[in-house]
Design a binder for this molecule. Structure first.
Ligand SMILES: Nc1ncnc2c1ncn2[C@@H]1O[C@H](COP(=O)(O)OP(=O)(O)OP(=O)(O)O)[C@@H](O)[C@H]1O
Ligand SMILES: [Mg+2]
Length: 143
C-alpha cells in the first residue's frame, strides 16, 4: 500500500493568514520531497485560492477558511473552503481575465494561475453558501 497522510486547518480570513497558509502547505507537502519549483507552484496556487476566499468569498468580513490537504502516494490534494457569497457562474469565473472586481486591481488570473501550477482544478460553489476549490498535483512524478 502506498504512503498516505492528511491534515486539516481552520483560520480566519485575514490577509496575514495568506502567508500562514502558504507556509503550512509547504511544510505538509515537504514529506513528498518535492522540488523547489514544485513547492513554489503549490504555495502560489494555495495563496491564490485563499486570497479569493478573503476578497471575494467573505468580501473583507472575518470568518473561517478551511485548508485541507491529503497525500496518497505521490499525489497531493489540497482543498480551500469558505462559507462566503459563492460563485454564480463557475465556468465564467474560471475564464482567464474574468474578474468581478476590476476596480480593485484584480486581473482575473487567479484560477488560471491555479490551473497552470497544479495538475487538476475543480471548483464547487453555491450562491450564498460558499466555495470549495480542490487542486491536485503529482509530486516528483519524473523521479
Ligand atoms: N472564493 C470565492 N468566492 C466567491 N467568488 C469567487 C471566489 N473565488 C473566485 N471568485 C470569483 O471568480 C472570479 C475570478 O477569480 P480569479 O481568482 O480568477 O480572479 P480575481 O480574483 O478576480 O483576480 P486575481 O486573482 O487575478 O487578483 C472573481 O473575480 C470572483 O468573482
Ligand atoms: Mg483571485
Amino acid at each position: 500500500m502506498s504512503y498516505s497522510n492528511k491534515m486539516e486547518l481552520k483560520f480566519l480570513s485575514k490577509s496575514q493568514n495568506e502567508s500562514f497558509a502558504r507556509t503550512v502547505i509547504a511544510a505538509f507537502a515537504a514529506q513528498l520531497d518535492p522540488t523547489v519549483e514544485e513547492i513554489a507552484d503549490i504555495k502560489t496556487a494555495v495563496s491564490e485560492a485563499v486570497t479569493n476566499s478573503i476578497i471575494h468569498g467573505y468580501e473583507g468580513k472575518i470568518d473561517y477558511i478551511i485548508l485541507k490537504a491529503q497525500i496518497e502516494g505521490n499525489k497531493l490534494t489540497v482543498e480551500v473552503i469558505d462559507n462566503g457569497v459563492g460563485i454564480e457562474d463557475i465556468e465564467k469565473a474560471m475564464e482567464p481575465l474574468y474578474t468581478t472586481k476590476p476596480d480593485e486591481d484584480r486581473s482575473g488570473m487567479g484560477f488560471t494561475v491555479m490551473q497552470t501550477f497544479m495538475d487538476e482544478l475543480v471548483v464547487e460553489s453555491e450562491k450564498g453558501k460558499g466555495t470549495k476549490v480542490r487542486m491536485t498535483k503529482y509530486i516528483n512524478s519524473g523521479k
